[in-house]
Design a protein around this ligand. Structure first.
Ligand code: FAD
Length: 294
């Protein structure tokens, strides 16, 4: 039995928009289908009459440098993102995060656009994009507009995207000398899709200090957010035992983790957050050192 009635493969953004307008009944955009089709099949999503597949629209499949930014198409399968040398150079956290999503079959279908549009608070690609301060490029009824990524989220599984909004891709500022990013996570060994906790960091170092930093933990609330107080304990400081200890204390004081039946207790997540933060900080700090002559 079909779990939808009509399937339209859009070849352009205009066609996707028009198909959505013309379709009768409930209509959804789909890309890899790794979230949406399972949800429909398992009755966790209201019935969908028409699926408009946006994953083959050429603009959504691009990965390229555009001026000061690196553009990452929302329809590129995450397996390609994870292995792209451009992504590894300019957004190492995104390359690592996408390389950890699911298994090879899922990664060959799943897209970063779907990971963000599904808006689950621990989605790996989404958390890495927030640490990169990405800008979302959106198409709606003939117009392209941009939004800082954090403005896309309204709640767990809820975005600010309208039904006719197509996520086209993400702009990430090209990496500069002394900058680096990193991502790490801890999964449950048995088949649960999202991690117990993930952590992404972007930083810029001066000779011996952290000049600027962004840190994101997922899940740490219904929508992704930066751990601003943890960042402020590290900004301007040498990455030494004292700074790490202050950052870890700030996690306990200011970041909200909750107990989830499927994954872990809040207490365990606090312990993991300390370990993951130290791991990603050390990785990014050392990579930034290696990049100081680039
Ligand atoms: C076995 C398994 C393991 C997984 N493991 C992980 C994991 O480890 N980490 C992780 O983060 N995720 C994991 N996932 C979740 C999933 O693979 C990702 O969230 C995936 O990136 C979703 O992308 P998609 O293209 O398949 O989205 P789809 O299922 O096609 O769509 C998801 C939602 O996004 C919307 N959408 C898709 N593309 C666009 C667009 N361009 N514009 C507007 N709306 C759009 C759809 O309408 C739908 O609401 C796993 C899934 C499975 C099945």
């Amino acid at each position: 039995m079909n779990i939808w009635n009509e399937y339209i493969l859009a070849t352009s953004m205009d066609e996707a928009g028009q198909s959505l307008q013309k379709a009768k009944g409930s209509t959804k955009f789909v890309a890899g289908g790794t979230d949406l089709l399972l949800e429909i099949q398992q009755n966790r999503h209201s019935p969908v009459e028409t699926l408009v597949d946006v994953s083959q629209i050429p603009e959504l499949r691009k990965m390229e440098i555009r001026g000061e930014y690196f553009f990452l198409g929302a329809g590129v399968p995450v397996s390609q993102i994870a292995t792209s040398e451009l992504v590894k150079t300019h957004a190492s956290a995104v390359a690592t995060a996408t390389g950890l999503i699911g298994g090879p079959q899922v990664r060959n279908s799943a897209t970063l656009g779907g990971n963000v549009a599904h808006a689950l608070p621990a989605a790996d690609g989404m958390i890495a994009l927030v640490a990169m301060d990405a800008i979302a490029v959106i198409y709606c009824q003939g117009n392209l507009f941009e939004k800082p990524i954090l403005e896309l989220f309204r709640g767990a599984g809820v975005t600010a995207l309208g039904v006719a909004d197509v996520l086209v891709g993400f702009k990430i500022r090209l990496i500069q000398k002394n900058e680096a990013s990193a991502f790490d996570r801890v999964m449950r060994p048995q088949g649960v899709a999202l991690p117990i906790l993930n952590t992404a960091v972007w930083l810029r170092r001066d000779e011996n200090t952290i000049a600027d930093i962004r840190i994101v933990f997922g899940p740490s609330g219904p929508v992704p957010s930066r751990a601003l107080m943890v960042e402020s304990t590290l900004r301007g400081n040498v990455l030494d035992a004292k700074a790490l200890s202050a950052a870890k204390a700030a996690i306990h004081d200011t970041v909200k983790f909750r107990t989830s039946k499927m994954r872990a207790t809040a207490e365990y997540r606090y312990q993991l957050a300390e370990v993951l933060l130290e791991s990603v900080l050390n990785t990014a700090w050392n990579c930034a050192e290696e990049r100081k002559n680039d």
